[in-house]
Design a protein around this ligand. Structure first.
Ligand SMILES: C[S@@+](CC[C@H](N)C(=O)[O-])C[C@H]1O[C@@H](n2cnc3c(N)ncnc32)[C@H](O)[C@@H]1O
Length: 265
């Protein structure tokens, strides 16, 4: 009977009073108080944690943000990338990533192994989709044109768009589940370029970073695209966590930010 009552109490507190302690265990203060106060304290804790960590990090080292427009890149490659991204229906040029990739592609291996997370779903029920009229695989097509003999992989949560073409192979991956990064298709592969153009959410991006720390080749680069200004603090903090031989760079692009993490040679 008592068990049943406790179950009912739990259900009511969770469903009707929306007590956060059931979902944010890590953030419950270790202090006594009534449910309403604890709920408010959990919100304060979640809200302040990132900024507090950032203040501690900035005490030691403030990261610089470079403007994408200040990069000196090969104009011919930038133009080629810009045209390919636009023609295939990728929005990478709109953000200014043609500039960023023109810089990176000149620095990595001339025959790179590439993995892009986020193929481009046109299923409007999937977060971060490209709209009904989107073109799945647009950016991968551009990379395949530039590197017809390279090994290129695309990964996405939408299983309907996993269609291999030319030298591009695709597999299922859910960025919220680190286990799914270890697909047989890329078993024992190391990458010159890993791109995160998927869910665009910090914890999911950090899963990609955890994967990339182990799977970048020396000289290889991870690019995390589409970072909003409100998510930028996570990357300032991550910059403080990374140690040599990894180097994090922050870029201000046209309408958002991008982060790169390089494994130095
Ligand atoms: C903006 S689109 C990628 C566009 C493509 N890279 C291009 O430039 O042509 C983002 C993709 O992320 C995928 N996505 C959303 N949530 C995801 C998740 N949890 N794991 C992996 N991919 C996800 C979507 O299905 C969508 O295909």
């Amino acid at each position: 009977m008592l068990k049943l009552l406790n179950k009912a109490k739990h259900y009511i507190n969770r469903k009707y009073f929306k007590n956060l302690k059931y979902e944010f265990e890590e953030f419950i203060p270790n202090s006594k108080g009534n449910s309403k106060d604890i709920n408010e304290l959990i919100k304060v804790n979640v809200k302040n944690l990132t900024t507090n960590l950032l203040d501690i990090k900035n005490f030691f080292k403030k990261a610089k943000v470079q403007r994408i427009t200040s990069l000196k890149v090969n104009k011919e490659l930038q133009e080629r990338l810009g045209i390919l991204f636009n023609n295939y229906g990728s929005d990478k040029t709109v953000h200014g990533y043609d500039v960023l990739y023109a810089k990176i592609l000149k620095e990595i291996s001339p025959n790179p192994t590439i993995l892009e997370i986020g193929i481009g779903s046109n299923n409007i029920t999937i977060p971060s989709n490209m709209g009904k009229k989107g073109f799945p695989g647009a950016s991968l097509k551009a990379f395949a044109d530039i590197y017809p003999n390279a090994e290129i992989f695309g990964a996405d949560i939408d299983e309907q768009i996993l269609n291999n073409f030319k030298n591009v192979k695709m597999f299922y991956l859910d960025q919220n589940d680190l286990k799914t990064y270890n697909n047989d298709m890329i078993n024992e592969k190391y990458f010159d370029l890993i791109i995160d153009d998927g869910l665009h959410m910090q914890s999911a991006n950090l899963n990609t970073l955890i994967f990339a720390l182990e799977r970048l080749k020396p000289g290889g680069v991870l690019v995390i695209e589409d970072i909003t200004i409100s998510a930028l603090n996570t990357w300032h903090i991550t910059d403080g966590l990374l140690k040599d031989p990894y180097k994090l760079s922050l870029y201000k692009c046209f309408d958002n930010y991008a982060v790169t993490v390089e494994l130095k040679k």
